[in-house]
Design a protein around this ligand. Structure first.
Ligand SMILES: *Cc1c(COP(=O)(O)O)cnc(C)c1O
Length: 402
């Protein structure tokens, strides 16, 4: 029997809460929206957010900025990347990641992805040796965390600096250590579809004072770097303030004001996401047609989206499957499409890069489906959605499946 259609909206986040709205209104009543526009003795909302996020992330320093992509861009520059240098990153990620490398003047070298949706460690090792890259911008794409001890070994052997793209792992941990704390820096996004919502926004964290001093000057702090909430001491800026360009990309007080109450709720939101994720995962695992990526015990993830593979599915079947789900109100994204759609694209459509041969990633992405889990969905909604997906998979005939 065909399940009844689902009528929820896949792009509908929860509303901004009353406390956050009141905080934003209070900022507007002062007129002091720019982060450095403070009165004597006042700490701006942005500075307060920086100190609160540094504490949450258990890092010494935090810089709030314009977007997650911008955080990655200035992280590479502050780490000392030179024009034209190769930078290793995941082939399976979203376009702002290679975009940030290109924006910083680097050359993305894409590393293969496994069917568990993490970076392929053997390919990483091989490409680190071949390319001589000094930097790995590791994208924890869709919240899947690679074996971070092994990543640490590989980066150490090749003398690579690790920068983490934590757009989908804000609040996640690996063996009890927060995602973002494994290398030089962690980059986070507060864009609407991530774990905190300020429309646009980014956070950059580190324990390295000179790196953070460079990032702060890059972000456009003029000579007001002492008005920060979680910045290194003034002595670290003595030369850096003169040697580093201003690439304006600050956060404003309005965004920070609505993020601070969300940060206080973040761990609670994570519990709610994971309850929904597990409901979907358990139901989808019952279908022999799907492979659900393994989530290792070391990984405490944030299930803000779910991915599953229909391995061996044809292009035509994949398109029909997406349409059948859509007809019943379920919006799946498919990473195997030849044309990029909305936020979803694969490396074949990043034509500003030198084309790279990635057969393993292509095989994974050709059968890879992806779905957002907004917190406006109830747990019952998630069970209903899983019923629809399994129902629509009924007519599929896949390699190796009954
Ligand atoms: C959203 C996203 C980013 C960047 O975030 P923006 O704030 O939109 O620049 C980086 N990496 C991944 C994997 C993302 O999904």
């Amino acid at each position: 029997m065909t399940p009844r259609p689902f009528t929820g909206a896949f792009t509908q986040q929860e509303p901004i809460g009353d406390v956050a709205i009141a905080a934003a209104v209070a900022v507007m009543k002062t007129g002091r929206l720019h982060r450095y526009n403070t009165i004597p003795g006042e700490l701006s909302q942005v500075s307060l957010l920086e100190s609160e996020y540094a504490a949450y992330q258990q890092q010494s320093y935090c810089l709030a900025c314009a977007s997650g992509g911008y955080a990655m861009h200035i992280a590479l520059l502050a780490a000392g990347m030179q024009p034209g240098e190769p930078v290793l990153t995941n082939a399976f990620t979203l376009s702002p990641v290679p975009g940030a490398i290109v924006n910083a003047g680097g050359r993305p070298v894409l590393v293969e992805c496994t069917r568990d949706l993490v970076i392929d460690l053997d390919d990483l090792d091989a490409k680190a040796a071949q390319s001589g890259a000094r930097f790995l911008l590791l994208s924890h794409m869709r919240g899947h965390i690679a074996d971070m001890e092994k990543i640490g070994e590989i980066t150490a052997v090749h003398g690579m600096t690790l920068i983490e793209d934590c757009a989908h792992t804000m609040g996640a941990t690996w063996n009890g250590v927060k995602s973002g704390n494994f290398g030089l820096a962690g980059c986070f996004s507060t864009q609407t579809y991530k774990h905190m919502n300020s429309g646009e926004g980014g956070l950059l964290t580190s324990n390295d004072p000179d790196f953070m001093a460079r990032a702060i000057i890059l972000s456009g702090s003029y000579m007001l770097y002492e008005r920060h909430g979680a910045a290194p001491e003034g002595s670290h800026f003595a030369d850096i303030r003169l040697d580093t360009p201003n690439c304006s990309g600050r956060m404003d007080n309005l965004r920070a004001a609505i993020l601070r109450p969300q940060l206080a709720e973040l761990d609670n939101s994570i519990e709610r996401w994971n309850e929904r994720y597990r409901t979907l995962e358990t139901a989808l695992r019952r279908s022999a047609l799907f492979y659900l990526p393994i989530r290792p015990d070391a990984e405490h993830y944030v299930g803000s989206s779910i991915q599953f593979l229909a391995e061996g599915i044809s292009q035509e079947n994949a398109r029909d499957f997406v349409l059948a789900n859509k007809a019943l109100g379920v919006e799946l994204k498919w990473f195997g499409a030849s044309e990029p759609v909305a936020f979803t694209s694969n490396h074949h459509s990043w034509r500003y890069l030198q084309q790279q041969n990635l057969p393993e990633t292509d095989a994974v992405q050709s059968g890879l489906f992806d779905m957002r889990i907004p917190l406006t969905f109830t747990v019952a909604d998630c069970a209903h959605i899983a019923d629809i997906i399994v129902h629509c998979a009924g007519p599929l005939r896949l390699k190796g499946a009954a």
